[in-house]
Design a protein around this ligand. Structure first.
Ligand code: 48F
Length: 282
């Protein structure tokens, strides 16, 4: 039998949260906003590269669009070579032919999140990133508020948020491109996200990776957020491009922070404030 008091439980939670927040979250290398397939891959690979990494999710649970494969069916597909990322995480895959693989969506979510945790990623859930810390020529972190607070009527929510400093922020917020949208209101040359184009699986998968780049010093746009920023084709219920985009975002963050060359990246894909030259719908 235990002898645990109610007060001890509360004190343990409060102390642990504040210690963790101040030591591991408040001032970090990389903040990944969004915990969908792109965000989790970005966070996992950033942490595996030795970068202090915080992943922020407004939902109570992580996983974003990975929980349902499409049309409410819990089967996820990925195209090669992204199957290797899932194999690394221990996800059981079935070969569906032509470079397509399929797995159970809940296994993909849980094993990817476990892999990010094992790499040392810190997760803040129920937390909405509502703004950037934006200095004259670079992004220096994010502004956060509890998501339930943000959902309350405006007359109650005249409550200031708080901030987390980071060397790099990765916008992996999916279709809404939340941080690019916010930045576009304040800096010329940053596109106003237009939403994704119509379905084209192969091209959408390719472009989501190609469009993942540092859009402004300190802000990397990645995955569906990049697709939606430039109106590139949607790829539908296939997640390989998202995983590869997340991995690329981590490599770009590592390159920026450590000053190392990104292995295997051609000249055309080096860090640039402009989107790489790809076919984008007008
Ligand atoms: O939507 P989401 O899964 O984006 P992704 O990782 O992958 C896209 C695919 O799931 C799918 C697709 C391709 O297969 O078409 O859409 O690019 O995950 C985005 C996550 O970001 C969270 C949101 O709740 C979701 O879990 N999010 C969005 N805005 C914020 C946020 C915000 N302001 N603060 C915190 N989290």
């Amino acid at each position: 039998m235990t002898n645990i008091s109610e007060i001890q439980v509360t004190k343990t939670i409060v102390n642990e949260f504040l210690d963790d927040f101040i030591q591991n979250i408040l001032d970090t290398d990389v903040v990944v906003v969004g915990s969908g397939p792109c965000g989790v891959a970005a966070a996992k690979y950033s942490a595996e590269k030795g970068l202090k990494t915080v992943m922020i999710e407004r939902n109570i649970y992580g996983g974003g669009g990975m929980w349902q494969g499409g049309y409410l069916m819990p089967k996820n597909t990925v195209g090669a070579p992204a199957n290797k990322i899932l194999e690394e995480c221990g996800v059981a895959l079935k070969d569906a032919g032509n470079g397509l693989y399929v797995c159970d969506s809940f296994e993909m979510v849980s094993k990817m999140l476990a892999s990010a945790c094992d790499a040392g990623v810190k997760l803040l859930n129920s937390t909405n990133v509502e703004d950037l810390i934006l200095k004259e020529d670079h992004v220096e972190g994010v502004v956060i508020q509890w998501y339930p607070v943000q959902q309350m009527p405006k007359f109650i929510t005249c409550m200031d948020p708080i901030a987390i400093r980071s060397k790099v922020v990765i916008d992996a917020t999916g279709h809404d491109s939340v941080l690019v949208k916010r930045l576009s209101e304040q800096r010329s040359g940053i596109p106003v996200p237009k939403g994704c184009g119509s379905l084209w699986v192969d091209e959408g998968e390719k472009q989501t990776v190609e469009l993942t780049h540092e859009i402004y010093p300190g802000l990397i746009v990645a995955g569906m957020s990049a697709t939606s920023t430039y109106g590139a084709p949607r790829m539908g219920p296939i997640f390989g491009g998202m995983l590869l985009a997340g991995k690329k975002a981590a490599e770009l963050a590592h390159e920026k922070i450590m000053g190392v060359r990104v292995k295997g990246m051609g000249k055309g894909l080096k860090i640039s404030h402009r989107a790489p030259d790809v076919l984008v719908t007008e």
